[in-house]
Write a protein that binds this ligand. Structure first.
Ligand code: LLP
Length: 442
């Protein structure tokens, strides 16, 4: 702690203090309030306005590094194919590319973004339950590293499109292992009734069939059982089933060389502890045993969520007998997760004096005309209109799930690198809102 950092020891019970205590790149200073990677958030609000997404390059680099180290410690080296859907900003993709990650893309748009960020097509896997033929063709022509195939029809499409181009593309079959991962219902993907993947009992047959199709080279299986998962057990169950499948195929002389383990590693949005990655890596090592398999992982949230926040301002407050409301200038059009999944994100005051005030329950809501535009009930200091708050862990599934509902332009985005902040996406202007609209009426 340096001289200017506020001694929060006296306020250890404050929920916002507990949140920040677990996030090493944050600290309040007496003069400048809450800083992220050494930059006062108030200075970003002063220059860029609010709401603004703020990302930390150091946090992101460190997380990628930590991920690589934890797998290396377990003596496995999966190829990291970052799930672009979590945050597709070119600067984020570039940082991850430099750190050694490839990409997991799920549309022509994500492929093009990853390519624009300099990620080689060969370092990409292409996932998605509804790939269009034009998207498949583009990816084949670019030399995509692997398609994760989700149906027999898709397999036939890829085979036809690749052989028409005299190409042979690596494919993995995405298996639905019929495992309930225990995460939120809306982000579970590996149960038999979910739309994702190939039913487990069809996977071996389809793999054998794929062996004889032109234009494709089956290299293995992939799976992705859901997102924001904390327990190792569902992963272990899913991988165990797939490894048994691999053994059976290898035993009959059908070679299987790769396993894409998917993503889904949870992060604590509160002051709890995170996903047990070392135990996960050790479990993967154990399940793989002495088999030689090329491993891949597709993490999204775990890498980027803690590297981002949404900076917002209290527009006004109001109280009734029922509740005290803090109405922010950020809403569900910016951060959709609370409305869509009932998700909560830590919310902390930016002002240093506020940070020492007593905690009182507050309904934190946005300005959008929907009752679900509500971040949740938080114990916060009584914030005056104009006060800034940081909504934490908003680096994943934040900015790129935003929309302009209620005529609210997309927020600005800022990246902090080496204690300097860079505008990486201009705030949308109001006239941008109708760009592209055509009025065929005189
Ligand atoms: N691989 C595939 C095939 C996926 O569908 C996903 C996420 C990932 C990897 C990355 O999962 P992660 O490591 O980020 O959990 N919008 C939701 C999350 C949806 C996840 C969709 N698929 C949310 O905000 O919680």
């Amino acid at each position: 702690m340096n001289d200017l950092e506020i001694d929060m020891n006296l306020e250890r019970d404050r929920p916002w203090h507990r949140l920040i205590a677990r996030r090493p790149h944050f600290a309040w200073t007496a003069m400048e309030g809450l800083c992220f990677e050494g930059v006062p958030l108030a200075s970003i609000a002063a220059t860029q306005g609010t709401p603004t997404w703020v990302y930390g390059a150091t946090t992101l680099r460190q997380r990628l590094n930590l991920l690589q180290t934890m797998f290396a410690d377990a003596e496995i080296q999966p190829a990291i194919r970052y799930a672009v859907k979590a945050n597709d900003h070119l600067a984020i993709l570039s940082l991850l590319r430099i750190g050694g990650a490839g990409a997991d893309v799920t549309s022509a748009g994500e492929y093009a973004r990853a390519a624009a960020a300099g990620i080689e097509a060969a370092a990409m896997v292409y996932s998605g339950v509804g790939k269009r033929s034009d998207e498949i063709a583009t990816a084949i022509e670019a030399g995509i590293g692997q398609f994760n195939v989700e149906s027999g029809e898709e397999l036939a499409m890829i085979s036809a499109l690749a052989s028409a181009r005299n190409r042979t593309v690596p494919i993995a079959l995405r298996v639905n292992p019929d495992i309930a991962a225990g995460g939120h219902d809306k982000i579970s993907t590996g149960r038999a009734g979910d739309k994702f993947g190939i039913a487990f009992d069809q996977a071996a047959g389809l793999y054998r069939y794929a062996e004889n199709l032109p234009g494709i080279r089956p290299v293995g299986f992939s799976t992705h059982i859901g997102s924001q998962i904390f327990s190792i057990a569902p992963f272990e169950a899913a991988y165990g089933r797939i490894v048994a499948l691999i053994d059976a195929l290898n035993a009959e002389g059908t070679p299987v060389t790769g396993l894409d383990l998917g993503g889904g590693f949870g992060i604590p949005y509160d002051d709890g502890i995170g996903f047990p990655l070392p135990a996960y890596a050790a479990m993967v090592r154990r399940v793989i045993g002495d088999r030689t398999l090329d491993l891949t992982i597709e993490p999204g949230r775990w890498l980027v969520a803690p590297a981002g926040l949404l900076l917002a301002r209290v527009t006004l407050t109001k109280a009734s007998d029922a509740a005290h409301f803090s109405v922010l200038d950020a809403g569900m059009n910016d951060l959709l997760r609370p409305a869509l999944y009932g998700a909560t994100h830590g919310i902390v005051p930016v002002d240093a004096v506020a940070a020492t005030a007593p905690a009182l329950p507050s309904e934190v809501v946005g300005p959008v005309c929907e009752s679900s535009d509500r971040f949740g009930t938080y114990d916060l200091p009584r914030l005056a209109p104009g006060a800034l708050v940081a909504i934490l862990d908003a680096g994943a599934y934040g900015a790129n799930m935003s929309n302009t509902f209620n005529g609210r332009p997309l927020a600005a985005q800022v990246l902090i690198d080496q204690e300097r902040s860079h505008l990486i996406r201009m705030r949308q202007s109001v006239s941008d809102l109708w760009r592209g609209e055509i009025v065929p009426i005189r």
